[in-house]
Design a protein around this ligand. Structure first.
Ligand code: GDP
Ligand code: MG
Length: 167
């Protein structure tokens, strides 16, 4: 099985860190030509019979929320048409209007959205995590919700396995 995976989220939640640690390499995002290529392949991760192709979807990966807006508005419901799974990254206990905006843009998407709750290494009060995850679970019918730390490489395997299930 193989398929395309897009990692989305507001700036600073740890998308680049996550990609770098999943792919085990430092990514250099070069300039794109959206007119000629829908997606830029960032890397391919092969794990047994599963190949996940991580792509940079225009406006989805850069630290400019308005670019996401522009892209999604332009492409409307055909946005991410050949993406099989979306990984929506948020920053542990913080839920902001910028996250809400990304969620809103994703609402048109039919493909499974996995919520990656990043930076859990920063959480001091572990008891607070469960109610927070419960709150997040009501935001959308997420395919899965996975708390992780991209920086410390905690729980990256469950995320990759979840991605594999939807390819
Ligand atoms: P992006 O804008 O979504 O691509 O976010 P970056 O990957 O550039 O990360 C933004 C900041 O968050 C950087 O300083 C990262 O080192 C930090 N960061 C990313 N992942 C983690 C994590 O799991 N734990 C902690 N504590 N910091 C993280
Ligand atoms: Mg980045």
């Amino acid at each position: 099985r193989c398929g395309f995976v897009a990692i989305v989220g507001r700036p600073n939640v740890g998308k680049s860190t996550l990609l770098n640690h999943i792919l085990g390499q430092k990514l250099s995002i070069t300039s794109r030509k959206p007119q000629t290529t829908r997606h830029q392949v960032l890397g391919i991760k092969t794990e047994g019979p599963v190949q996940a192709i991580y792509v940079d979807t225009p406006g989805m990966h850069e630290d400019e929320p308005r670019a996401l807006n522009r892209y999604m508005n332009k492409a409307a419901s055909s946005a991410l048409i050949d993406v099989d799974v979306v990984v929506f990254v948020v920053d542990q206990m913080a839920w902001t209007t910028a996250d809400e905006l990304v969620l809103e843009k994703l609402s048109r998407l039919k493909c499974p959205v996995i919520l990656a709750v990043n930076k859990v290494d920063k959480i001091e009060n572990r008891d607070a995590l469960l109610p927070h995850l419960d709150m997040l679970s009501k935001k959308r019918d997420f395919a899965e919700i996975i708390p992780l730390s991209a920086l410390r490489e905690t729980n990256l395997e469950p995320l990759e396995q979840a991605v594999g299930r939807y390819l």
